[in-house]
Design a protein around this ligand. Sequence first.
Ligand code: MG
Length: 363
Amino acid sequence: MIRANPDLFELEVLTAQNNADLLIEQAIAYQPNAVVIVNDEKYAQVKKELESFGIKVYAGSSALSSVVQMDVIDLVVTGLVGYAGLHPTLKAIEAGKAIALANKETLVVAGELITQLAKEKGVNIYPVDSEHSAIFQCMVGEFHNPIEKIILTASGGPFRGKKRNELERVTPAQALKHPNWNMGSKITIDSATLMNKGLEVIEAKWLFGLHADQVEVIIHPQSIIHSLVQFEDGSIKAQLGLPDMRLPIQFAMTYPDRIKTDFPRFNFADYPSLTFERPDTETFRNLALAFAALAKGGNMPCILNAANEVAVSEFLNERIGFLEMSEVVERCMEKIDYIGDPQFDDYVETDRITRIKALEFIK
Ligand code: MG
């Protein structure tokens, strides 16, 4: 996006968890002020490569939380995976930076805390997640009109239509083959289990200030309608397009403007039927668990998220089966202490304990 619109943006900081090679390549191409490599074992390599360009190099996760507060930054794009996004996002909001949020887990874990702080600081959180971007795009010009409900679309993932007995033995490689979207491994597994949609339900609640019963999920295998809003007069607005993450990323960064692109265009004649189905929450139990966590509130979504992060990682390492992922999440939701009104430290502790317990349950 920045490559296509070099006059619109100045890149100040780039960060990466582990991928030092790509970080170095992009830093040389875009010449930011500074980079952060979270894995400090890679610090020496990054430092050596970027020293001659005058680019500052920092390491470790605490560096993430400080660079987001730099004066020159207007907008922080948070694309971290999972719970790790929470602290840097919180720090960026504290420093008054606008957020383009690609890290849904931040709102899942601590939606109340984050949205409250953003309100206090007058900070806008722009959704990057395609469904939430769709809703946001439908809301332009309608912000004063109450939402009756929103309908999040889900592709259904690679196992749509399958039953439990067919899913017992599916492998990580099968689960990683997403029909429509090309994404990282955590979110692709979450899409296969429908946990991704569950996390998005919770994310939507916080982004748009809704109640749990105002969020619906519908399976739409073609992934052309990215989501819908129903207003109080019964009218429904939808946002459509080919599945391409560049569009929601760009809209989060250029709102309220739309910038000309050369992305492939959607043609109705190529899609004579757009179809819809109810989600099968008997088979894909994670979606039901996420709705339950949202209804319960407090630290329950944090428990759900941490247990799921462990479960996905254990599944990817072939230590548990596909269906066991939901079992781990449910067990943690039942067994871990519930806190109705958690503060930041409670989230940190809930996340820590849940990860330990989830691994114990797996053994
Ligand atoms: Mg999404």
